[in-house]
Design a protein around this ligand. Structure first.
Ligand SMILES: O=C(O)CCC(=O)C(=O)O
Length: 300
């Protein structure tokens, strides 16, 4: 089998796996919140997201950015040949498929780093009481963080097409909650997120391959929907977006000459079963409540 045939067959297998989620719905509504304000509860139920300004300080965001840069500099050795994915010290790094125009250091051509939340500043974040209080109103009092990724979005990097995160989560329940922390400003020019308010009330739609030549592995696209009511989310460093895993969202390309960075975590109810084989990017860590030891996960 040629390299191209191998790539086509792994894309096809991936798309088939994603589309097993097609048609699932997540109708649960949040009510009687203990911690969410009435405005936040309404925004979650009607729009599928909550925006919390100034959640982290500029210094913390800078420390997050610098820590990830140190990780990728040690992950990819100088003069190493091109790989799309790297594994080092429990982290998974993904390099942009599309070459970047201006590259001085490896971080200038990285796309994402996964599996960060087991340690240090990333682990501190997922245990923040003020964060978990808000998530408790949505998921209940037993909470795991199962996924983390830092997104570089370097100048010239493409945005991610319209998708619903639950298409990647073949779990036995929903929703999951995404927490997207802007660690730099996010603008229309540098590739902010764009959401379709209310689309979390829709089923999971069909996701087709992202057909741009040189797009990153795993990027998929919803094409059977009208996105006229999209809104770009313009965020400052430290602002936090919490969003429903059925919410349709995408991001713009980075047309500026500066990096747009974000640290993204995903939370689920403890006890969530992940299907036959868990994704290698997932790592389940209990952050509140009864904990994983008491839970019976993925058994037959
Ligand atoms: O931050 C971005 O550019 C895209 C992120 C995204 O769509 C996601 O995390 O699901």
């Amino acid at each position: 089998m040629s390299k191209e045939e191998q790539n086509n067959s792994s894309t096809e297998e991936f798309i088939n796996r994603i589309n097993k989620q097609k048609g699932r719905t997540s109708p649960q509504i949040v009510s009687k919140s203990k911690y969410l304000s009435a405005h936040q509860e309404k925004s979650w139920n009607e729009n599928g997201f909550i925006l919390i300004p100034h959640f982290s300080s500029d210094d913390k965001c800078e420390e997050i950015n610098q820590t990830v840069i140190d990780i990728v500099r040690s992950m990819v050795k100088k003069a190493e040949k091109f790989n799309h994915a790297y594994i080092d010290q429990g982290h998974i790094g993904i390099r942009e498929m599309k070459p970047s125009e201006k590259v001085e250091n490896i971080e200038d051509e990285m796309s994402k780093v996964f599996r960060l939340h087991q340690k240090g500043i990333f682990n501190e974040f997922i245990k923040r009481e003020d964060l978990l209080n808000v998530i408790e109103d949505i998921l209940g009092e037993n909470i795991d963080c199962f996924l983390s990724q830092f997104i570089f979005k370097n100048p010239g990097a493409w945005g991610q097409p319209w998708h619903q995160d639950s298409s990647y989560f073949p779990f036995d329940r929903s929703p999951q909650v995404g927490a997207w922390l802007a660690t730099s400003p996010a603008t229309k020019e540098n590739g902010c997120l764009v959401v379709l308010p209310g689309s979390q009330k829709e089923p999971i739609h069909e996701h087709l391959p992202d057909e741009r030549p040189g797009s990153n592995y795993g990027y998929t696209e919803i094409k059977d929907h009208n996105f006229e009511k999209e809104i770009p989310l313009l965020l400052d460093t430290g602002d936090l977006l919490l969003f429903h895993s059925f919410l349709m969202h995408k991001s713009y390309d980075n047309k500026s000459n500066r990096r747009r960075t974000a640290m993204v975590y995903h939370f689920a109810e403890t006890g969530t079963r992940f299907g036959d084989i868990d994704s290698p990017t997932n790592e389940w860590i209990s952050v509140r409540g009864k904990g994983l030891a008491t839970t019976y996960k993925n058994s037959t």
